[in-house]
Ligand binder design. Structure first.
Ligand SMILES: N[C@@H](CCC(=O)N[C@@H](CS)C(=O)NCC(=O)O)C(=O)O
Length: 221
């Protein structure tokens, strides 16, 4: 059996996507903690294009980009499949994962900015949530397609804990349960899944880390 290693960084929901996929599949792996303020020679060697985490090392194979890694894990280890055997359902899952990839920067921008830029990011985030609420959840139930966690749940997983911390730090409620009951219900269900519950960052530590990060971002010109 080839050795599996994950280069990641604490409190990164991109890293957590990979952790969740590995844990759901029951794969043992070694975690290598990357200091993003320095960027180790190992990271630069293994992800020379983007120099970002997560990076998965599987024997002599190197895989970058969180959702690409999740798909690689799904194809390599068959237990607890994250994608359907039906090609149309797989295409639909990939469509939503891509949509989340393309739009989720807006929620991060709510955290990084103030003023007009933040207002624009709020608007974009709310549009994304409305689309998810009305189209990916409800009738279609793309998230939690069936009873088990799937590809799209992992893509959207950052919204389970990261969003509530962002909301608390910036003092703005975006995922209001009245406007987004389905997303709030999904968050509750997602966090109740034992593998997720056991593999979420410590909330208090993450709060302090993110509050300091925002302070540094706003202080820099
Ligand atoms: N699209 C990438 C994004 C990964 C990403 O942005 N990772 C952050 C840590 S959360 C990073 O490595 N940032 C370093 C940088 O931007 O230079 C993925 O899904 O893996």
């Amino acid at each position: 059996m080839e050795i599996v290693k994950l280069i990641g960084t604490p409190f990164s929901f991109f890293t957590y996507r990979v952790i969740w996929a590995l844990k759901l599949k029951g794969i043992n792996y070694e975690y290598i903690d990357e200091d993003m303020s320095k960027k180790s020679s190992l990271l630069v060697k293994y992800n020379p294009i983007h120099k970002k985490v997560p990076v998965l090392i599987h024997g002599d194979k190197i895989i970058c980009e969180s959702m690409v890694i999740v798909e690689y894990i799904n194809e390599t280890w068959k237990l607890n499949p994250l994608l359907s055997t039906d090609s149309y359902e797989r295409a639909t899952s990939r469509f939503w994962a891509k949509y989340i990839e393309e739009k989720s920067h807006s929620s991060w921008n709510v955290f990084c900015y103030t003023g007009e830029k933040q207002q624009n990011a709020i608007k974009e985030s709310l549009e994304m949530f409305k689309t998810i609420e009305e189209n990916a959840l409800g009738e279609n139930n793309i998230l939690f397609g069936g009873e088990n966690i799937g590809f799209v749940d992992i893509a959207f997983g950052g919204y389970s804990l990261w969003m509530e911390i962002i909301e608390e730090i910036v003092g703005i409620k975006l995922l209001n349960p009245h406007n987004f009951p389905r997303i709030n219900n999904w968050i509750k269900k997602f966090k109740e899944v034992q593998t997720i519950k056991d593999n979420l960052p410590n909330r208090d530590e993450m709060f302090v880390y993110m509050k300091n990060a925002r302070g540094r971002m706003l202080a820099s010109p």
